[in-house]
Design a protein around this ligand. Structure first.
Ligand code: ATP
Ligand code: MG
Length: 230
């Protein structure tokens, strides 16, 4: 499947129940995510935010209704969805290999110069250049040296290198202190200006800088609008 820009996500009357369960988690969600939009998805724990994320990414398909990327159901993309979609989760995953390989996951052709460029953009260039083996430092060895904020930055650097039009952050800052969290969100917002950014979060802090805020409650969109309107 080859799509052309601009990329728009559209959910129409989406219902979802997990297999072998009876509780309907999403009960008629309607949502359009415009190209380049910065969208925050808020809601209590268990409201269905990560479930919605799985549907957006095509990891799951709705029982009723549709989840479309440029008119095509996201569940039809399979692995190809990674061309269009990057995800950073609560605990960003680092592979047991060098920093360079970690960054090149998803963009194998990237030059060292490009690696340093994304590291600079997330504010990790100095830290990495101070490691005795630089880009060739093994992440399992360096693991101890990476703070939570640095791991998130490394995951963000990987996403920047991948350069997909849509980036989904599922509570990527859980466990960070408020100052580090703000710094990470700042980086995300400034570095992803031309991308669609979907940010799933528990709290309102930082949400004022998004274009649209959506509240999920009882499996439905209970409120929606610009941060100023809400
Ligand atoms: P949190 O803010 O805690 O991350 P959330 O809004 O992301 O919460 P979800 O993870 O989407 O919530 O979960 C919504 C509901 O679906 C919960 O009641 C949860 O128990 C249920 N659920 C999640 N994953 C599964 C699964 N794989 N199988 C069955 N039920 C699930
Ligand atoms: Mg969740």
């Amino acid at each position: 499947i080859a799509l052309k820009a601009p990329y728009e996500l559209k959910l129409t009357d989406v219902h979802y129940t997990y297999p072998k369960t009876t509780k309907e988690i999403l009960r008629g969600v309607n949502l359009t995510i415009k190209p380049g939009e910065k969208l925050a998805i808020l809601g209590r724990s268990g409201a269905g935010k990560s479930t919605l994320a799985a549907l957006l990414r095509g990891d799951r398909q709705p029982n009723e209704g549709s989840v479309l990327l440029n008119g095509i159901p996201t569940a039809k993309f399979g692995d190809q969805i990674t061309k269009y979609f990057s995800v950073i989760n609560q605990t960003p995953y680092l592979f047991n290999t060098t920093i360079a390989n970690n960054l090149r996951f998803g963009n194998e052709e990237a030059t060292d110069e490009q690696l340093w460029d994304v590291l600079r953009r997330v504010g990790l260039d100095e830290m990495v250049s101070n490691l005795p083996q630089g880009l060739e430092t093994k992440v399992d060895e360096a693991g101890l040296r990476f703070s939570g904020g640095e791991r998130h930055r490394l995951a963000l650097a990987r996403v920047l290198l991948k350069n997909t039009p849509i980036v989904l952050l599922d509570e990527p800052t859980v466990g960070l202190d408020p100052i580090t969290e703000q710094a990470v969100i700042n980086t995300f917002l400034t570095q992803l200006q031309d991308k669609t950014l979907i940010w799933i979060t528990h709290h309102l802090q930082g949400v004022e800088r998004m274009d649209q805020v959506v509240f999920i409650e009882n499996g439905q969109v209970s409120m929606q609008g610009s941060p100023q309107e809400l």
